[in-house]
Design a protein around this ligand. Structure first.
Ligand code: ADP
Ligand code: AMP
Length: 214
């Protein structure tokens, strides 16, 4: 099963993608996570991506497409994958559609996790992440068992650099201009499924599973 997660930054794409990956035993691929891992390792790719990420802008398509295609060509993707944060532009979507078609395959579902902008600001200001294992929490809605500490691996949780209020605003603007048109793109392909992302995490997940298994 090949699934794309759509939605504004902070809508809960990563949270849901992890649950989907676990249930269907397919890899969760987040281009944001790949960039952050490269930043941490200090690679050239990471240094280039960081310039854009810190400003709340998108990393150029050419670079992003290259790392995504490299990742989905790996053996563990043969049974499918859930993409979180890719595609984010129409050209990225077109490259993905073409590459998948070349393999005689198709994307099965594009899941839009719909959350209004006013909730997004709250979601992102309360987000805490584990820099080691990638687990994500929310200080009010999905808190870790012990404040500031990852349930999974015990590391100290951090606030993402790009979750500062001034960056959040530009990320939302970028989303509306460059990423929202993808909703129309996948709707025309009849694979768009929309879920109300303002519900509890488990209710959002149940709604997604209903679509995937309909
Ligand atoms: P995205 O991957 O779309 O940027 P995340 O999955 O990281 O978003 O979620 C953003 C923040 O909102 C995180 O702090 C996460 O714990 C929290 N969150 C995710 N889903 C829900 C939900 N259904 N209700 C409340 N908070 C949520
Ligand atoms: P995310 O973790 O998905 O919120 O992504 C964090 C940041 O990484 C984004 O704000 C972009 O700067 C960059 N990024 C992640 N995925 C993409 C993509 N598909 N295209 C361009 N930039 C991306």
């Amino acid at each position: 099963m090949k699934i794309i997660m759509l939605g504004a930054p902070g809508a809960g794409k990563g949270t849901q993608a992890k649950l989907i990956a676990e249930k269907y035993q397919i890899p969760h691929i987040s281009t944001g996570d790949i960039f952050r891992a490269n930043i941490k390792e200090g690679t050239d790719l990471g240094m280039e991506a960081k310039e854009y990420m810190d400003k709340g802008q998108l990393v150029p398509d050419e670079l992003t497409v290259r790392i995504l295609l490299d990742r989905v060509s790996k053996d563990d993707c043969k049974r499918g994958y859930v993409l979180d944060g890719f595609p984010r532009t129409i050209p990225q979507a077109e490259v993905l559609d073409n590459e998948v078609a070349k393999l005689g395959d198709k994307i099965d579902f594009a899941i839009d996790v719909d959350v209004p902008d006013e909730n997004i600001i709250r979601r992102m200001s309360g987000r805490r992440c584990c820099p080691k294992c990638g687990a994500t929490y929310h200080i009010e809605h999905i808190p870790p068992k012990k404040e500031g500490v990852c349930d999974v691996c015990g590391s100290e949780l951090i606030i993402r650099d790009d979750d500062k209020p001034e960056t959040v605003k530009s990320r939302l603007d970028v989303y509306h201009k460059q990423t929202q048109p993808l909703i129309d793109h996948y709707s025309k392909l009849n694979i768009l499924r929309t879920v109300d992302g303002t519900q509890d995490m488990q209710d959002v997940f149940d709604a997604i599973v209903k679509h995937l298994e309909a």
